[in-house]
Design a protein around this ligand. Structure first.
Ligand code: SF4
Ligand code: SF4
Length: 58
C-alpha cells in the first residue's frame, strides 16, 4: 500500500524533512514525490502535511 503525494501539495517541504528514509524527493518539475522502494510506510509524512496532500493507496 504505497504512499503518494497528490496535486494538493503546496511545496512546504515538511514531509521531506521528517522522512527518516530520505524517500521524499523532487522531480524534474520540482514537485515532491515518494520513492516507493525507499519508503517504509511509517506514515510520518502524512502526519506533518498541513494540507492532507499525502495519501495511502489501497
Ligand atoms: S511513509 Fe514514512 S518512509 Fe514513507 S515517505 Fe512517508 S515519512 Fe518517508
Ligand atoms: S508536507 Fe504536504 S504540502 Fe508539504 S511538501 Fe509534503 S506533501 Fe507537500
Amino acid at each position: 500500500m504505497p504512499y503518494r503525494i497528490t496535486k494538493n501539495c503546496n511545496q512546504c517541504e515538511r514531509c521531506a524533512e521528517v522522512c527518516a528514509q530520505g524517500a521524499i524527493d523532487r522531480d524534474k518539475d520540482y514537485k515532491f514525490f515518494i520513492h516507493k522502494n525507499d519508503c517504509d510506510e511509517c506514515g510520518e509524512c502524512v502526519k506533518v502535511c498541513p494540507v492532507g496532500a499525502i495519501i495511502r493507496e489501497e
